[in-house]
Design a protein around this ligand. Structure first.
Ligand code: HEC
Length: 143
């Protein structure tokens, strides 16, 4: 094998790997993006308080009287459905994704109160969660 043809096959192999990696990435953002999102949404316990009517989901029943965000206690604010985010998110001073990021990390107060639940997953999971919620809102805002 000449030096040149060796280089050529090395290059060819490299391109192949790159292509495979790209394919894999494409997959996480393609068809199974929804199931990925739902997996995170459940794993991070968002379903304990929030419904998601867009996907026919009601919040999981929790023990009564534990300040579960259901609005059955005096100082509880009811957790809103997350199929379409409110103007408090979409028309905040921050960009919507930054607002959600800060709100769910308890770095931002709304009407003097922090969000009841701290997001504890990875940054990659956080991004999928936020992007998907914003996409759902945009979808349901169309006439
Ligand atoms: C313990 C109950 C509870 C859990 C668990 C919870 N939330 Fe919330 N969430 C609330 C309540 C209550 C509000 C309303 C707060 C307010 O209006 O001040 C809220 C508000 C929000 C909002 C703003 C919605 C809007 O349209 O204004 C977003 C976004 C949100 N939650 C996302 C999440 C995500 C994502 C998770 C999972 C990581 C989660 N929440 C877990 C109780 C909860």
């Amino acid at each position: 094998m000449t030096k040149l043809s060796f280089l050529k096959s090395a290059l060819f192999l490299g391109m192949g790997f790159l292509f495979l990696t790209l394919l894999k990435t494409e997959n996480t953002w393609g068809a199974d993006q929804k199931s990925k999102f739902l997996e995170i949404f459940k794993k991070q316990e968002c379903t304990k308080c929030h419904s998601l009517k867009a996907y026919n989901m009601a919040p999981a029943p929790t023990e009564k009287g534990k300040g579960d965000g259901w609005g059955d206690e005096e100082d509880d604010i009811e957790a809103p459905d997350l199929s379409k985010l409110s103007d408090k998110v979409m028309k905040a001073d921050l960009k919507p994704d930054e607002y959600i990021r800060k709100f769910l990390k308890k770095q931002l107060k709304r009407d003097g109160k922090k969000h009841k639940h701290m997001f504890k997953g990875t940054d990659a999971e956080f991004k999928i969660l936020i992007d998907h919620l914003l996409a759902l809102t945009k979808k349901s805002s169309k006439p």
